[in-house]
Design a binder for this molecule. Structure first.
Ligand code: SF4
Length: 423
């Protein structure tokens, strides 16, 4: 099966899934409308009984008004039920057509039929697996590759791999490196500039998206901190903004056919259980539509943390100094997903760098009356950081400490030597 057929099949799977979801939603709407019509009938019966039994003239008028209102509701519900039935029939026809098209397209490539949820998802999974194993062909087939870079270590290694593949495929002009800038009240200093340098090292187009107010502004507006189950910060500050850019990229392509956009993220399975459940390559149903088929690609999904640092050391890639202070991730300074000890270290690093963020965040906590985390406040974190500083003194670090910590002294010395030569 060639890559064009694979991509056509993925689009057919997407359309079939979308049509099935629309059919399910229409079925639910129809059930709701039918229930409302039954309730309206019941109300009419009740009002009629009240009217018959009303002893006084004033009560008769009230019961008649109630009956009139119930009859009007009944008419409205009848209309709603009819409209819902029409929508359901249309959705059924659309779903049947989409599934038949998929089956017809897939038939020459398999003995079984590509209908039914399970079969369809199995077809998509095997095609996605095949595509993930052929990066150069996928890059050549794409109209644009949107590389989401936080400037952190995983983004850095992903970017290096993608830039290398794109150069081999002769497609560097298709790559756009996108950095969501949350501002200096959210992130460590120099993150945006570093993301830009990392992209420019490969001669790639770089776009920074400003997220006014960042995490601090979002918390101030909502009056509460996000948490793992309501991670509004990622969707509001990063994903929604990046989706706007996606629309602009597709419009700028000016194609008279559906565009293939590949969204690239530096997510690794080893980072967390939730991330291990993701796939190296998947269809982004939420942002795909008739104008664009969007695939989400995690090119370094299988790498361990050690392998990431090995790549950084071997290629002499520039990483952020926060890693040398042994911050495990280049996230927001006070990431709502970070553990207690990481937050304590972040407070100490702020003090070492002279950043006013611990006070800003604890002030905000006090002002909105909502704790940074359910189990503890940021004020507790600051108290613990102060206790450690009293016992151990201020936080110190040396250039290369991240690599020293992960790969040993020789690797750190070699890395620093490479950097010095490249400067
Ligand atoms: S780094 Fe943490 S706090 Fe910042 S946006 Fe992401 S999840 Fe939210």
């Amino acid at each position: 099966m060639d890559i064009t057929t694979r991509l056509q099949l993925l689009e057919a799977v997407r359309r079939a899934e979308q049509a099935d979801a629309a059919y399910t939603a229409a079925g639910r709407a129809c059930t709701r409308a039918t229930r409302a019509a039954v309730d309206a009938h019941t109300d009419i019966g009740r009002c009629e009984q009240q009217l018959t039994a009303a002893p006084a003239r004033a009560q008769t008028r009230a019961a008649a008004n109630a009956l009139e209102a119930a009859q009007q509701t009944d008419v409205d519900c009848g209309r709603r039920k009819q409209a819902a039935k029409v929508k359901l029939r249309r959705a059924f026809t659309a779903a049947r057509t989409a599934n038949r098209e998929l089956a017809t397209l897939y038939a020459p490539h398999a003995s079984g039929r590509a209908t039914g949820g399970k079969r369809r998802s199995a077809v998509a999974a095997s095609i996605l697996d095949e595509l993930a194993a052929m990066p150069l062909e996928m890059i050549r087939a794409a109209d644009a590759l949107v590389v989401h870079s936080s400037a952190g270590k995983d983004s850095l290694v992903m970017l290096h791999r993608l830039a290398t593949w794109a150069a081999q495929a002769g497609c560097k002009d298709k790559v756009v490196v996108v950095h969501c800038d949350l501002g200096d009240t959210s992130e460590w200093p120099g993150v945006r500039e570093l993301a830009q340098r990392q992209a420019e090292r490969y001669g790639l187009r770089f776009v920074a998206i400003d997220s006014e107010g960042g995490l601090l502004g979002l918390v101030e507006k909502r009056g509460m901190f996000p948490d793992a189950s309501r991670r509004l910060c990622t969707s509001t500050l990063k994903r929604d903004k990046a989706n706007v850019l996606l629309t602009a990229i597709v419009a700028a392509l000016g194609l008279d056919r559906q565009a293939l956009i590949i969204n690239c993220l530096g997510i690794r399975a080893a980072e967390s259980t939730a991330r291990s459940r993701k796939l190296p390559l998947s269809i982004d149903a939420r942002t795909s539509n008739g104008k664009r088929l969007v695939l989400t690609w995690h090119p370094i999904f299988a790498l361990s943390e050690t392998e990431v640092w090995q790549d950084i050391a071997a290629e002499g890639l520039e990483y952020h100094p926060a890693y040398d202070a042994l911050m495990p991730r280049l996230s927001c300074v006070f990431c709502v997903l970070a553990g207690f000890s990481v937050l304590v270290r972040a407070v100490r690093l702020c003090w070492a760098l002279g950043l006013p963020l611990p006070e800003k965040y604890t002030d905000l906590e006090a002002r909105i009356g909502h704790r940074f985390k359910e189990q503890y406040s940021l004020a507790d974190v600051v108290t613990e950081a102060a206790r450690i500083e009293t016992a151990e003194g201020p936080l110190t670090w040396r250039p290369g400490d991240a690599i020293r910590d992960q790969l040993g002294e020789a690797a750190a010395a070699d890395y620093l030597h490479r950097l010095a030569l490249a400067a």
